[in-house]
Design a binder for this molecule. Structure first.
Ligand code: LLP
Length: 421
């Protein structure tokens, strides 16, 4: 559920008409709904009700500080994967003891930043990383709390580019090798083993892979405890999918996911952490764009819009589907027709949808891409020297720009010409 509905024929974000935002900031722009963000976070929090738990929002999905602040104020922790994300979480007011640090390539600098600024745990992904973390912690006179991310070799049945739990992926330590690695970690003076971490992929639409992975984690918990480790925390990762095509997709609900958690690891006496990103932010955001030209091609009609693959790369990168709707609702009885919806970037890959049935949208009128709140703005670039588009946050009948569009001047000034040129 989200808060983007038509009122008097105009698509709104909560109580604000998208036409009003467009008049203020121009298109294209991203718009997020506070109420939807809050609702999705609460749904997850409630799904784990009765268990000692912390929802650590995977901020890679949408890391605007205003978004983080909404979630932080509700009690969310954060899952970060870089020093930059760590700094953003801090800037949004999240305390270090609620931040978990994931990722296969943490550098010494990033470890130092987190150990000095405070950290709940590092999710360690390899033996070399473990050795370096121990060294860095000792040099700072600190002890680093860790889990080891185990790779359970489970097929998450999602797009190959976002599956992470198979042995062929770069993530984690093979679960069969886990006891060995925990023994090494347990003997390190700069390391405090607190638990186990697992994350099998993103946009999962089936709960079975979770069940399989979490059962393996439960078995490993017993084994590690018998080896003498004080396993008191389980980080179960993120990845629950959202409906991108509303007409025919119904991924499992957080409540049902919560049941799987309870059934598999609920009686181990561990504190549970989960790291949802997409499910919190995905359907809390739209990308709003204007049609520049309707162009009649040979045997197909193109809708050329002012957003492009640099603004929302998911269709080009993962063949992802985003529902696309007109901002001004078509008059009753208007016939839909197939359109190729494309951006202005000079690549054929800059295509948002092929032969999508839409009611016609005239030049200068607007469309909105749904489910664009996660992995939208954060994955954008300035390809073709297109400015990064503004992000707008709505709350009730108010809206504010939470990241402004840079001017061409600001963009160009970041380059420097060497003296010798
Ligand atoms: N935890 C870890 C360790 C992760 O690697 C990820 C996502 C998450 C949590 C959050 O997963 P979520 O709940 O958002 O599915 N750019 C891709 C998605 C990449 C996901 C990477 N890792 C996309 O646009 O579909």
């Amino acid at each position: 559920m989200d808060h983007f509905l038509y009122k008097d024929g105009v698509l709104h974000a909560e109580d604000v008409a998208l036409t009003e935002i467009a008049a203020a900031v121009g298109t294209p722009f991203y718009v997020y709904s506070t109420a939807t963000l809050e609702r999705h976070f609460r749904v997850f929090d409630e799904a784990l009700d009765g268990m000692d738990h912390l929802v650590c929002y995977a901020m890679k999905a949408n890391s605007n500080i205003a978004v983080l602040k909404i979630l932080g104020d509700l009690g969310a922790g954060m899952d970060v994967v870089s020093g930059g994300e760590y700094m953003r979480a801090k800037a949004a007011g999240v305390s270090g003891d609620k931040i978990v640090f994931s990722g296969v390539g943490k550098t010494r600098e990033e470890m130092t930043l987190a150990l000095t600024g405070g950290i709940r745990q590092f999710n360690v992904e390899s033996e070399p990383e473990l050795a370096v973390l121990n060294e860095v912690a000792l040099s700072l006179g600190k002890v680093a709390p860790i889990t080891v991310r185990v790779n359970p070799d489970v097929d998450a049945k999602t797009h190959a580019k976002i599956a992470t739990g198979k042995s062929e992926n770069k993530f984690g330590i093979p679960i069969a090798k886990a006891r060995e690695v925990y023994a090494v970690a347990g003997a390190m003076k700069g390391i405090d083993v607190v638990g186990i971490d697992v994350h099998i992929g993103s946009q999962l639409t089936d709960l079975e892979p979770y069940r399989l992975a979490y059962q393996k984690v439960a078995e490993l918990t017993a084994e590690l405890r018998s080896d003498g480790h004080n396993i008191r925390r389980l980080d179960l990762g993120g990845g629950l999918g959202i409906p991108y095509a509303r007409s025919n997709e119904a991924p499992p609900l957080p409540m049902d996911y919560g049941k799987v958690v309870r059934e598999t690891v609920g009686d181990l006496g561990c504190e549970i952490e989960i790291e949802p990103g997409r499910l919190v932010a995905g359907n809390a955001g739209l990308l709003v764009s204007s049609v520049i030209y309707n162009k009649a091609g040979e045997g197909r009609d193109f809708m050329i819009v002012d957003a492009a693959m640099n603004d929302l790369i998911r269709p080009a990168m993962y063949e992802a589907h985003h529902d696309i709707v007109p901002v001004i609702e078509a008059a009753v009885g208007t016939e839909a027709a197939p359109f190729d919806i494309v951006g202005p970037v000079c690549e054929s890959g800059d295509t948002f949808a092929k032969q999508r049935d839409m009611t016609p949208v005239a030049d200068g009128e607007m469309i909105a891409f749904r489910s664009a709140g996660a992995y939208g703005a954060v994955m954008s670039s300035e390809y073709n020297t297109r400015p990064m588009i503004p992000e707008v946050l709505v709350k009730g009948d108010q809206f504010a720009v939470i990241r402004k569009r840079p001017t061409f001047d600001e963009m160009i000034k970041r380059d420097t010409v060497p003296e010798w040129q």
